[in-house]
Write a protein that binds this ligand. Sequence first.
Ligand code: NAD
Ligand code: MG
Length: 403
Amino acid sequence: MSVTKTITVMGATGSIGQSTLALVRQFSELFSVQALVAGSDAEGLAALAREFRPKMIGLHDLTKLDQLRSALTDIDVEIIVGEAGCTQIAASPVDMVVAGIVGIAGLPSVLAAVQSGQTIALANKEALVSAGGLVMREAARCGAHILPVDSEHNAVFQCWQGWNGHASKQLGQADTDLLSHICLTASGGPFLHTPLDDLPAMTPQQAVRHPNWSMGQKISVDSATMMNKGLEVIEAYWLFGLQPDQIEVLIHPQQAVHGMIYFRDGSVLAQLAGADMRTPISYALAWPERLQWADTRLDLSAIGQLSFEAVDMQRFPCFALARQALRDGGAAPAILNAANEVAVAAFLQGKIGFTRIAAVVDTVLDQSASAQIDSLEAVMAIDAASRDLALAAVTKNQSYLSD
Ligand code: NAD
Ligand code: MG
């Protein structure tokens, strides 16, 4: 990369934020941190502000303002709090906004960045799941670029670019007639081989122990239920402009292949990499160039064998629910996402058993009417109503804690 890029990191204290900042630390001459945003970790944000010296920092949690201020009395940084402040930061012009907030909480800032025409390295998949039509429409209208950071989508993006010529075409605007389908791989998570009868008793500690990746708690539980892959199918639908049945998922426990594109002439392009989020993040950060940092090579002879298998819908009902929500369209994916966020939080708090996550999501989808999603307000209203239904469903499912 020849010029320094200014970047804003939304979700700076999280797993994606930390991996991003590890690269920024290593390539300090190539990136200049303009702003950092976090949810409620005032201490973590203060430490990052001290190290990276951004112009602005944003904290969603208003109650932590005093703590943040007093930790930073000796450095010159603008401190902004609350949702509107974080959204305002996402909209202020930089070369790249990294969207690494977890959950629907990331949607307002993703939309704000899109509407101010930013280039966005998108890790937050829930924004596209809940409001993909709105976000992609606004991106086209406002000239925003969305570069996928989710490893499978980044893999497809890399194959897509290899095919189309370097950075020649935007996502979703290529000639998809030549393409038969894409494939996203999944590890299958920690319970791929757990006897079905034992699944209800799986604990949060067991669920967040992902076999390959180290990630935030919510996405780790989503990987265990495979809701994560269901959300990713919806994410891919919006990013690549394909039909739902053109997005295949295969379980590939070795996680060497992350994504593939299949052409109608029989050729398949695949992207392979180790399980390190710095690979897709660095591709997005440097795009259309590449950074040189990985000192270990993917050692296929050490892995030995690569295996692929279809998803077992009985073991992973959340995956089936997400696929169905995409087929149903309208507000169904937003309802699915909201119910899942509530159910996962309840599971992590020990309120419901592991297999009750799917039960809660299923109940809420059944109880909800279809609706149009044409504005941020409409999405947030559906999200709030679905959360209420999900909280009621959690209460009902508490009595089945370990069945
Ligand atoms: P995490 O829980 O580790 O971090 C979340 C970050 O968001 C934290 O910095 C937190 O302070 C911030 N945050 C939470 N609520 C906020 C709010 N209301 N306003 C502002 N900031 C807020 O999560 P993560 O694992 O880094 O995942 C982030 C996103 O990236 C998720 O959507 C996830 O699906 C996606 N993703 C993560 C990985 C991974 O390896 N971790 C891989 C692919 C995709
Ligand atoms: Mg992924």
